[in-house]
Write a protein that binds this ligand. Structure first.
Ligand code: ATP
Length: 350
């Protein structure tokens, strides 16, 4: 296993920078999700690390050694892509053994490694089946086993669960996480699914237009996003804007909003804040004084099983508040409400 460090990596296609000065460290044994909209550079970054493609400038290091000019086959990398192709005429065991045979390992060792890999992906009894005799999730496991059986230093997964339906995808997320923990392999996982990144990864990097805009642990980056892009890309966020007065953000209508972590702002500076909808509360009457408050009217309620999202109109702007349905909230369209939330859940975003 190895740590991977990418420094000031740039890759241009013509005048378009698919990667623009990206620096990021992938810790040894860590599970790292690269998240970003379509075209943000996720696959390009993975391809550089794998050695399918080479940067225009910048460095890629594995365990401190520069590899950006080392060819693909020498990097010892395991890969799995969304459109992975199993060999249709080979058995499951044959598919998994293929990479080991290519490396010329002794037969007995191959047999043992394949057995261990089948066991890890819980396909012990299916080694002799052909791919067409497997379910989608089982095929995915074979592809995964094939990627890690060669004992790579790093595992690169590009939307590996993209082709699965929602229920299977959730199962496979847990499986993949379990397998990654068991073998402890450094894993870099590309997804455009925010929830998937939040549930699975130890760290998340968010790419936008070839740049790494934010990076951190899932809870940290979800609860305390520093950029407007991360706040809105990684879940829903209410964005309020105003001017920093020195002790509060004052909105255009004069409402004062208490904010956390605004130390760097200077009085008079414009500012915007993000608040997660589930950190806000709905009530009636006058709230306690320490909280932020906006009075408004419910314009829409969206039921979604576990919770409901209330769209509340407050002096011309619409705020979304997510309330667990188990709380028994009975507000509906047209009701006058007060939206409250604490300063601790209100962060400036750039
Ligand atoms: P998706 O989620 O859609 O897979 P992505 O974040 O993985 O997107 P990339 O595939 O890395 O995005 O592409 C980043 C940008 O680089 C895109 O604008 C893409 O069109 C461009 N690009 C990638 N490969 C090439 C290439 N070989 N030639 C020209 N442009 C390319």
């Amino acid at each position: 296993m190895a740590s991977v460090e990418v420094r000031n990596l740039t890759r241009s296609f013509g005048s378009h920078k698919a990667l623009d000065d990206v620096s990021v460290r992938f810790e040894d044994g860590g599970f790292y999700a690269l998240l970003g909209p379509s075209g943000s550079g996720k696959t390009t970054l993975l391809r550089m690390i794998a050695g399918f493609d080479f940067p225009n400038s910048g460095r890629i290091e594995m365990d401190g050694e520069s590899v950006e000019r080392v060819p693909l086959e020498k990097r010892q990398i395991g890969m799995m892509f969304q459109n992975y192709a199993l060999f249709p005429n080979m058995t499951v065991a044959g598919n998994i053994a293929f990479g080991l045979e290519m490396r010329g390992l002794p037969k007995a060792e191959i047999r043992e490694k394949v057995r261990a890999a089948l066991n890890l992906v819980k396909l012990d009894a299916l080694g002799e089946r052909k791919p067409h005799q497997l379910s989608g999730g089982q095929r995915q496991r074979v592809a995964l086993a094939r990627a890690f059986v060669i004992n790579p230093r790093v595992l690169l997964l590009d939307e590996p669960l993209g082709a699965l339906d929602k229920a299977l995808r959730v199962d496979m997320q847990a499986e993949l996480k379990r397998i990654q923990r068991e073998i402890g392999i450094t894993t870099i996982f590309v997804t455009h699914d925010q929830e998937e990144a939040l549930t699975m990864a130890d760290r998340i990097g968010i790419l936008r237009d070839g740049r790494l805009v934010e990076e951190g642990e899932p809870e940290e980056i979800y609860n305390h996003p520093r950029t407007l892009f991360a706040a809105t890309f990684l879940g829903d966020a209410n964005i309020l804007s105003g001017t920093w007065s020195g002790d509060a953000m004052v909105m255009a209508d004069g409402t004062r909003i208490l904010v956390s972590g605004a130390e760097k702002h200077r009085p008079g500076e414009p500012m915007q804040c993000a608040i997660r909808p589930e950190r806000m509360h709905l009530g009636k009457g006058t709230p306690t004084s320490s909280e932020n408050t906006l009075a408004g009217r419910v314009v829409r309620k969206m039921f979604s099983g576990v919770s409901s999202t209330f769209h509340v109109e407050t002096s011309g702007r619409e705020i979304r508040v997510v309330v667990p349905n188990s709380s028994g909230t009975r507000f509906g369209s047209g009701d006058q409400v007060t939206v409250t939330w604490s300063a601790q859940n209100t962060f400036p975003v750039a």
